[in-house]
Design a protein around this ligand. Structure first.
Ligand SMILES: Cc1cc2nc3c(=O)[nH]c(=O)nc-3n(C[C@H](O)[C@H](O)[C@H](O)COP(=O)(O)OP(=O)(O)OC[C@H]3O[C@@H](n4cnc5c(N)ncnc54)[C@H](O)[C@@H]3O)c2cc1C
Length: 404
C-alpha cells in the first residue's frame, strides 16, 4: 500500500468508485480498497441490474464527467404508471399516473444499465492519477494517529488516511469494527432481475405492478427492451430461478400482461435476496458511511444508489467547506455535519419504503382498503402528486453542489 492518502474508501462498488471520482474533482487523493479481485467486479456479467437514476443523480453523473459515456445508452423515464392486481389475472388499469410534464424538468430520470455504468466508471478512474485501487485487500484494524487514521490490512501492510469512507455494502464489516451497530430485518423476499425484448415500444413509460408476493417493476431500456425487477417470496423466487428459460417466461407472462406484445429474455437472469440494513450512526472517528453501508433499503422505488450518490455529494460538500476554511477535513465536527445532513433523510426514506412494501405486498383487506384510499387521494391531489414526483426525482430538500 502507498503510505498516505486523503481518503481511504473501503469498498469498490458503485458508491465507492463514485466517491473516488467526486474526491478527485474536489482536489483530494483517494485509495479504494476492496476485498474482491478487481477483475471479478469489472466482469461483463457481474451485475444484471439497471438503475433508475433520479434527475438529481443524472446531474451528478454529468458533473463527474460520466454522462458523456452514458447519455447515448440511457433511456429517459418519461412517465410512471402504477397498478395492482392478483398474480393470475390482468393488472388493474393504472391507479396512479405520474406524468413528467407535471415536473417541468424534462424526464423524471434515466434508466442506466450496470453493464454501461461500471465500465464507464472503470475507464474514468483509470485516467485519474490521484486515485489508487487495491484489490484482494481487507482492512482488519484501525488506529488513530494524530490527524490520520491508520488502516491495517490482513497482510500487515498499512495506509494512513484523513478519512476512511466506508462503502463496503450492507452491514459493513468495517463499520462494525469501529463500533457502529445496525438495525434491520430480512424481507423474506427476493428480486428476480433480467432484461427482456418486447414487440411493442414502451414509449419511455415505467410500470410498477403490485401483487401480494411483491411488486413487478417494468423499466424501459433503450430500444424495445426493458429491465424487470420481479419481487417474490423467497420460496417462490428459488423455485422460479431453478426453471429453464421457457418455464421462467411462462410464470412471468400472466404477471407481465400482454401490453408490450411478445416477450423474450435477453442475457442472464439474476436474483437478489432483500433485507433492510440501517446503520445506527453514519460517522465515527475519522470515518463516514455511504451507500448501502449506511442504508441498505428495499428496491421497491429504485432509490438505493440514488441515496448513495446523495451521501457522496453531501460528504464532498462538507469536506470541501472544511478544506476551504483550513479546518481538519476528518475532524468530528466536519463529519457531524455530514451525519446531520444525511442520516435522518436516508433513514426516513428506508423506513417509508419498508412501509410501502408492507402495504402493497399484502392481500389483507384492511391494508388493501387503506392503500386504495391513499392512491385515490394522491391521484386527485395534484400538489401532493407533484411533491412526490419531485421527491422521487431527488429534487426536494437541500441539494449538494454536485446535484444542483
Ligand atoms: C434488485 C435491485 C434493484 C435496484 N435498483 C435500483 C435502482 O433502480 N435505482 C437505484 O438507485 N438503486 C437501485 N438498487 C440499489 C443499488 O443497487 C445499491 O444501492 C447499490 O448497488 C449499492 O452500491 P454500494 O457500492 O453501496 O454497495 P455494494 O454494491 O454492495 O458494494 C460493496 C463493495 O464492497 C466490497 N466489500 C465488501 N466487504 C468488504 C470488506 N470487508 N473490505 C473491502 N471491501 C469489501 C464488495 O466487494 C463490493 O465491491 C437496486 C437494488 C436491488 C437489489
Amino acid at each position: 500500500m502507498q503510505s498516505t492518502t486523503d481518503i481511504a474508501i473501503i469498498g469498490g462498488g458503485l458508491a465507492g468508485r463514485m466517491m473516488a471520482l467526486a474526491a478527485a474533482r474536489a482536489g483530494l487523493s483517494a485509495t479504494i480498497i476492496d476485498k474482491a479481485p478487481k477483475g471479478d467486479l469489472e466482469a461483463d456479467a457481474f451485475d444484471g441490474r439497471s438503475y433508475a437514476m433520479a434527475h438529481s443523480s443524472v446531474r451528478m453523473l454529468r458533473k463527474l464527467g460520466l454522462w458523456d459515456h452514458l447519455e447515448q445508452v440511457s433511456q429517459p423515464i418519461l412517465d410512471i404508471k402504477i397498478s395492482d392486481g392478483p398474480v393470475h389475472g390482468t393488472p388493474s388499469a393504472p391507479l396512479l399516473h405520474f406524468d413528467h410534464h407535471d415536473l417541468y424538468e424534462g424526464p423524471m430520470g434515466h434508466m442506466v444499465e450496470d453493464r454501461h455504468l461500471r465500465p464507464a466508471l472503470v475507464e474514468m478512474l483509470d485516467e485519474v492519477k490521484t486515485i489508487h485501487y487495491l484489490d484482494k485487500t481487507e482492512i482488519v484494524d484501525a488506529e488513530q494517529e494524530g490527524r490520520y487514521l491508520k488502516l491495517i490490512a490482513r497482510d500487515g501492510s498499512d495506509l494512513r488516511a484523513k478519512i476512511a469512507v466506508c462503502a463496503d455494502g450492507r452491514t459493513s464489516a468495517f463499520a462494525k469494527s469501529v463500533g457502529i451497530g445496525y438495525e434491520g430485518w430480512d424481507y423474506a423476499q427476493t428480486s428476480l432481475v433480467c432484461a427482456l425484448e418486447h414487440e411493442h415500444p414502451h414509449n419511455g413509460i415505467a410500470y410498477q405492478h403490485f401483487m401480494p408476493p411483491g411488486p413487478l417493476a417494468i423499466l424501459p431500456l433503450k430500444g424495445n427492451r426493458c429491465s424487470i425487477v420481479w419481487t417474490e417470496t423467497k420460496e417462490n423466487a428459488d423455485t422460479i430461478m431453478s426453471l429453464d428459460e421457457r418455464a421462467y417466461l411462462d410464470v412471468l407472462r400472466p404477471r407481465f400482461g400482454t401490453f408490450l406484445g411478445k416477450i423474450k429474455l435477453v442475457g442472464q437472469r439474476y436474483s437478489y435476496p432483500l433485507n433492510l440494513s440501517l446503520a445506527r450512526k453514519f460517522v465515527a472517528a475519522r470515518t463516514a458511511l455511504i451507500g448501502d453501508a449506511a442504508h441498505g433499503m428495499h428496491p421497491i422505488a429504485g432509490q438505493g444508489l440514488n441515496s448513495g450518490l446523495r451521501d457522496i455529494a453531501a460528504l464532498i460538500d462538507v469536506i470541501t467547506e472544511a478544506k476551504q476554511r483550513g479546518e481538519d477535513i476528518g475532524a468530528d465536527a466536519t463529519l457531524a455535519r455530514y451525519q446531520e445532513w444525511r442520516r435522518f433523510d436516508a433513514t426516513a426514506l428506508s423506513l417509508a419504503l419498508d412501509s410501502f412494501n408492507h402495504l402493497f405486498s399484502s392481500n389483507n383487506p384492511i391494508l388493501r382498503a387503506i392503500r386504495t384510499t391513499g392512491i385515490h387521494v394522491i391521484e386527485n391531489t395534484p400538489s401532493l402528486k407533484t411533491a412526490m414526483m419531485r421527491q422521487a426525482a431527488g429534487l426536494s430538500g437541500e441539494l449538494p453542489e454536485l446535484m444542483r
